[in-house]
Design a binder for this molecule. Structure first.
Ligand SMILES: [Zn+2]
Length: 131
């Protein structure tokens, strides 16, 4: 993901993406720009769920993203599982699964509708970028 989009995510969700140097986040967001909206929405929804469960952003239990990457054509968003209020882990799992499924319909390059292409490895791409 390009620098400007990555910076926007890090700036808007500093608690979710804290201590990047000690996790795989030191490699940055390992997916294409086309998934920016999806990653942004997922980050926002995870933080909203944490807030609803009564956590404060300064709390060590606040969700901590360890890695964002593409794998087998879909979005993988790894969140540290600490001791959290009951129900929050389940809620985060639902959100991550929903985003994974959505990523299989969004071109990783440009964000237009896409499909899983398996010609050369696996990638979710629009007709234009699948060529
Ligand atoms: Zn595309």
């Amino acid at each position: 993901m390009n620098e400007a989009l990555s910076k926007k995510l890090l700036d808007d969700f500093p608690h979710l993406f804290r201590d990047q140097n000690t996790t795989s986040m030191q490699h940055g967001f390992e997916c294409g720009d086309g998934w920016f909206d999806l990653v942004y929405k997922l980050s926002r929804d995870i933080e909203a769920a944490a807030r609803e469960s009564g956590l404060s952003p300064d709390s060590p239990e606040w969700p901590w993203c360890r890695q964002v990457k593409e794998k087998f054509g879909s979005l993988r968003f790894i969140v540290f599982a600490g001791d959290r209020p009951l129900g929050l882990d389940e809620r985060i799992s639902e959100l991550r699964l929903a985003a994974l499924n959505q990523s299989l319909q969004i071109c990783e390059d440009c964000g237009k509708p896409g499909v899983l292409v398996t010609d050369h490895g696996m990638a979710t791409l629009c007709p234009e970028h699948a060529r």
